[in-house]
Design a protein around this ligand. Sequence first.
Ligand code: TXA
Ligand code: MG
Length: 351
Amino acid sequence: MRSFQTERWTVDKTEQPLTTHPHVIQASLWIKKNEVIAIPTETVYGLAGNAKSDEAISRIFEAKGRPSDNPLIVHISERSQLEGLVSSIPETAKKLMNTFWPGPLTIVLPKGDEVSEKVTAGLSTVAVRMPDHDIALALIEASGVPLAAPSANLSGKPSPTTADHVYEDLKSRIPGIVDGGSTGVGVESTVVECANDLVTILRPGGVTLEELEKVAGFGHVVVDPGLENEKHAPKSPGMKYTHYAPDAPFVLVDGSPEFLQGLVDKEREAGRKIGILTTEERMDFYKADCLIPAGKRSNPETVAQHLYEALRAFNEANVDQIFGEVFPKEGVGVAIMNRLEKSAGGHIVKE
Ligand code: TXA
Ligand code: MG
């Protein structure tokens, strides 16, 4: 593996014009050399490279330690860049673009001739999105090419929502990180596939099923059965991998705070150091060695925003075991629970 002195290029979003910002230019020069750099988006930080260069794509997979059968999302700044990238766009997909782009929605479309097999991991489709982040958009423009970018974490770790998280995982593996501060949404984009009038959610994320239904029509949005039912393989290759795991074993607790505390007490009596992934409302209720709130239960968007940061924070606390609260599976709660279940490797204790 090649080794770099990883630089940090700070960019303030409010400085205009961003496309000629010295740090944006500097980062785009690396992209033009087919190197890979980390960039902020509205969801999580991405590890970006020229989507049209096999060399750049190989470097993304290498820096992340990503399995080569897991395809990447291509990020664009203008719809005109879809030419050559995709071979056709169904009407429903156009409607979704009109409403949700720029924003946290990734659409899987038939692949065009200009996309390398490496980006799509040999699939006949390509995943595309237009991020709602001025720095990301400026970088795509300054680089002059669409950017392929997975989340900028080491494969298997929680996705990064700050430049510090990226540095933790990828220092010396990449030449630089564009630091645009904390990302907003906190969980990744929703990945969908469109066929005829049907929208299938392959990965829940920042755009909710309810929001998609408003555009595609009630009853025209379904969830890939492979996400919930082990008998089906998920349609999105990335959904089969262990992901978002903290260092210590992590168990979700579907029950009352009293029940969760009972589990914690038993472990602590046996001399083990226990952490609880909780919410601000319940911080005063629990007793444990380390309590980390992921946001406010009454405002699930804040839980999405702080979820990965909270999971990462347990690694510093050196606990032997983590217990976590569950959330209602509605709105962004679906994405939150999808990530928590993966993070816990499917380990759930019911009251
Ligand atoms: O918010 C996001 O989507 C972030 C930011 C950086 O844009 N990116 C991200 O990328 O989460 P990544 O690589 O961590 O996750 C991409 C997901 C994976 O589950 C992958 O399998 C799926 O999208 N995917 C990519 N191309 C696909 C395709 N052609 N068909 C089905 N799933 C695809
Ligand atoms: Mg990822």
